[in-house]
Design a protein around this ligand. Sequence first.
Ligand SMILES: Nc1ncnc2c1ncn2[C@@H]1O[C@H](COP(=O)(O)OP(=O)(O)OP(=O)(O)O)[C@@H](O)[C@H]1O
Ligand SMILES: [Mg+2]
Length: 404
Amino acid sequence: MPVRRIAAAIIAFVIAKFRRKRKLQKNDASISLMKTNNTDGTPPTTYSKSEDSAIEVEPIERFLDELLREKPMRFTPQQLIAFTQNYSVKLGSGGFGEVYKGQFPNGMLIAVKVLKMSMDRRAEEQFMAEVGTIGRTYHINLVRLYGFCFDKTLKALVYEFMENGSLDKYIFEEKNRLDWPKLHEISIGTAKGIRYLHDECQQKIVHYDIKPANVLLSRDFTPKVSDFGLAKLCERDSDSYNNMTFNAARGTPGYAAPELWKPFPVTHKCDVYSFGMLLFEMLGRRKNLDSKQSESKEWFPRWVWEKFEKGDMESILSLSGIAEKDREKGERMCKVALWCVQYEAEARPSMSSVVRMLEGEVEIVPPVNPFLYLSQSEATNSDQWTETTTQDSTSKGTAKDDSE
Ligand SMILES: Nc1ncnc2c1ncn2[C@@H]1O[C@H](COP(=O)(O)OP(=O)(O)OP(=O)(O)O)[C@@H](O)[C@H]1O
Ligand SMILES: [Mg+2]
């Protein structure tokens, strides 16, 4: 009908005009912001809407500007004292230092990690470079770094605050237990965070310390990997492991891949190994090494392999109370865990394969014995992952390690 057509044409014309006006306004705003950026790349101290009406940038606006410019903000020790109310609420401590709860002046909650480290001025550049990399690494499954402090007296990192704390308490503490489907979801989110570090961000990052305490949970239990980039930033304090005979500066006993404590080359596959250990702990809802268990169950991953080898999935799945409807997911998690902890790094899948296997997108080749090295001095299964998967990938659509 001609009247309808005319009305539609008028509406389209008005919308187009409105959009054009908004685009012009946006361009104006960004031009005026760009104009006042300092030439040395430091953040602008003022910006102007027009030449003659300069406006002082408030701290929060400056902070938002830093965020937009994808640059972590530098804080002074005095600011951190104010944000944390003189470090009054301690959230926990680990190999790198202590973590305190805090708040920005706009009410946003933060976690301040005070690093146990001494550093000379020469190390400052390196510190800035690493912090810059961490601060520009964004993903829904990674904890966000807002800023840092680098001062003679204080080195600290300022992170987004994660309301539900770390995953360990939801696996190991009876009173906080999450149901198994939620744990399964968390395992996939965590794997995606690590996959991003390995394959998708600007600069590849190896975490070196994947474990339940380094997976934090937001208000809605979205998992976020924390502490990535820290291994390069500073040396951990190995005394914090109760003087265990562990000399490596990286990783945590029980989760650290063999190459971290043996003279083998270390690659991103060390994170795959640690992630496998995390999956075992989700499956068993227990620590992998538990001296209170009977001898055969003391080291859980080995017990799982023995049951798996005998085809006894029931015993494994019943430990976690995995319901019949989730059985397939449980079996997948078990097979992925066994592949991830293969002794030889090359035999472990990439994190992108891990995600696809956990999500059920691909069929999983039955894992081979990851503990063969314990009975044989010479482990010879280095190519098994790639060989088996390549061989089967065409016929069964199996996960193929495509990262290499
Ligand atoms: N961003 C955060 N939001 C909320 N709580 C946090 C945050 N970061 C850390 N925490 C809490 O502080 C505790 C200690 O963290 P920290 O990273 O120092 O130690 P860790 O993870 O046990 O060991 P590691 O030094 O190997 O990372 C965590 O277990 C967690 O409960
Ligand atoms: Mg940590």
